[in-house]
Design a protein around this ligand. Structure first.
Ligand code: HEC
Ligand code: HEC
Length: 252
């Protein structure tokens, strides 16, 4: 009995590590060329081109009011998980109400193909233009305080450093933890509020597709100011190192 309990405990503790270390079978890879076609032209009349909303460079539409994410060079397995989560309604697009229908309309292979293409888009990282967003009347956080939250956490309030999971300066880690540095400011604040919303069981949609509630547990403790500050830092944080290989991390 005790042995069984210890095994369950060990499995739940180490499952994320095990998943993160799992090698990708070559057959699991998407086809980058096929993905490029979906991104650029969509599929028939059914699926709109991804570039319409994520930008022709995959950098998202951060400068306007609609927070669509930067998807260029994001971790392949993370992208694929999001597309699968949208397809199975584990995650809901509550911004433009399109992603669920789009992901459902793609076959599993097409989701792999387009995720591989997004991952292979190796543009320089440049985050949102905070000065311009401020001019537009958006609340902008304090990046210096945000840097401390991301890399050190807030110990007295039990907030772990984001770095523990997302890597230094939000560079991303393993196969589960997305790159946050260079991500759109408005998108970052929207997702953090959405995780917090779900964690608190508030009415309406909240994001709850994170492995073992990892992200909800953190977001539940963040104040509005913490969210603005962390996002203000992350959008302009040092970019992750660019691998020489254009297919890079995650599709290797
Ligand atoms: C009508 C606009 C629109 C189109 C077209 C669109 N997207 Fe999206 N996409 C969004 C929005 C808005 C979100 C954020 C939703 C949210 O916050 O829950 C998103 C989120 C995503 C995410 C999650 C990213 C992350 O960091 O978690 C991925 C991956 C994605 N889209 C891929 C695609 C692909 C692939 C296509 C084309 C087949 C596509 N999108 C077409 C609007 C769009
Ligand atoms: C215990 C691990 C853990 C910690 C600590 C953590 N996160 Fe996360 N975070 C995750 C996981 C896992 C996901 C991906 C959820 C999924 O699979 O959809 C995520 C996703 C996110 C996303 C959504 C990214 C996207 O592209 O949609 C944001 C934003 C985010 N985290 C910000 C933060 C911030 C800011 C902190 C620190 C205050 C933090 N995280 C700390 C585990 C963590």
């Amino acid at each position: 009995m005790l042995k069984k309990r210890v095994t369950i405990l060990l499995t739940s503790l180490f499952l994320p590590l095990w998943l993160a270390a799992m090698p990708l079978d070559a057959a699991e890879h998407g086809n980058i060329e096929a993905g490029k076609k979906i991104f650029t032209y969509g599929v028939d009349d059914r699926i709109p081109a991804c570039q319409k909303c994520h930008g022709s460079d995959g950098m998202g539409l951060g400068a306007v009011d609609i927070p669509t994410p930067r998807t260029a060079s994001q971790i392949y397995t993370y992208l694929l998980k999001q597309l699968t989560d949208f397809a199975t309604d584990r995650r809901t697009d509550d911004v433009m109400h399109q992603m669920n229908r789009i992901a459902k309309g793609l076959t599993e292979q097409q989701r792999k193909d387009v995720a591989a293409f997004l991952h292979a888009m190796k543009w320089p990282y440049k985050g949102s233009d905070l000065a311009r967003l401020k001019q537009d009347g958006k609340k902008i956080g304090d990046p210096e305080r945000g840097r401390k939250i991301v890399n050190f956490g807030i110990r007295e309030r039990g907030i772990p450093a984001c770095k523990v999971c997302h890597g230094y300066d939000g560079h991303g880690a393993g196969r589960l933890y997305p790159v946050l540095s260079g991500q759109n400011y408005l998108y970052l604040t929207h997702e953090l509020r959405s995780f917090r919303h779900a964690a608190k069981g508030e009415q309406g949609y909240g994001r709850h597709n994170d492995f073992a509630s990892q992200m909800r547990n953190v977001a539940a403790k963040l104040s509005d100011q913490d969210i603005l500050d962390a996002a203000a830092f992350l959008t302009g944080a040092t970019p992750p190192p660019m691998p020489e290989n254009p297919e890079g991390r995650g599709v290797e």
